[in-house]
Design a protein around this ligand. Structure first.
Ligand SMILES: [Zn+2]
Length: 148
């Protein structure tokens, strides 16, 4: 199944219902992570549009979890969870953090942080959040050196 839409050209290998796919494509006009425009139909490279499961569960086919991101972000994120990926060198290099994420991705991140805070060491979480969200809300160091 191939969908041809004004700004992107996507195959639909995940059996995403057509109505849902149309809503997602209409919402995500740019990459939900890096906010770059998608490359037009044709060119290869890291700026093509691709389907993304924000939470890596192919069975979670909802408006909250299905999104469109660029192939560069998609292949960098891979099977990492969103919070772990935001701490990666790719995100540091491309200034991808909570302030840059599209609302749908930010909501997933906040959900993940809430779930994780029930099971993880809290001190470590605070440090990670200061990297992901920036240090405006607290006095944590600003440098993301230990993000790798
Ligand atoms: Zn991207």
């Amino acid at each position: 199944m191939t969908m041809i839409l004004p700004h992107i050209h996507l195959r639909n290998p995940y059996r995403i219902p057509k109505d849902l796919a149309s809503l997602v494509v209409a919402r995500d006009r740019v990459c939900i992570y890096c906010q770059n425009d998608f490359a037009p139909i044709g060119p290869k490279g890291n700026r093509r549009a691709s389907w993304e499961h924000i939470i890596n569960d192919v069975n979670l086919i909802t408006l909250e979890n299905i999104a469109v991101c660029c192939t560069g972000c998609n292949s960098s994120k891979g099977v990492k969870n969103l919070r772990a990926w935001l701490l990666s060198p790719y995100c540091t290099m491309n200034s991808i953090n909570a302030h840059k994420l599209a609302p749908v991705a930010l909501a997933a991140l906040q959900f993940q942080i809430r779930s994780d805070s029930e099971t993880h060491n809290h001190g470590n979480l605070v440090v990670q959040e200061s990297i992901i969200f920036g240090s405006s809300q607290n006095t944590q160091a600003e440098t993301p050196e230990n993000a790798a």
